[in-house]
Unconditional design. Sequence first.
Length: 202
Amino acid sequence: MKQLRKRLFISKRTGAGERDKMIKLAIENECNTLVFSLDDSYFKNRSKNTKYIKLIKNYGLFIEAGGRNFPLLMPKKLFFFNRELFRMERGRRRASHHFCPTNPKTTAIIAENAAVWIERVIEGVTQPRVFHLLPDEGRETTWCACPACRAFSPAEQYLIAVNTTADVLAKYDHEAMLAYVDFDTEPEAEGISPRKNVMVCK
Ligand SMILES: [Zn+2]
């Protein structure tokens, strides 16, 4: 049976000293899994002799990757020349929070960036691997209102991007899972269903 994972998300802004304390506290609370952002320094410096990395090794903690990482997969800098990739609100494209997921160019960019980030971190993630892809904090339901996206609920739009990333992840590790947040209050949506390697994060 798979061991149950009790998770703690570590913000990439958390300094090394603070990480020591957080990890000790996590262990005291029977937490056995740490989740680092795709761009966290942990994945770059895993062999470093830092105290917090030693703690992770000593306690045999599981490592997972991801979090609120849409800005990495769909960089805001693309907005200046490619507004149509971004979210529409009251007839205008906006660079803030998410993007236009029904535009095939958007999902192509997400897939491309997902491949880059997954490749960078995958060796540092404990098997069976779990990745996370969460919507922007506090703006979970802020998605695109362009004519094409209007047919999809915010939860479905999010799932389009999650599925795109899950397909990329499957190419690197067919046993890896991608965790997402199911905030859909509607009964099971007919249009978009999660891929087999997508799970709800608890
Ligand atoms: Zn749209």
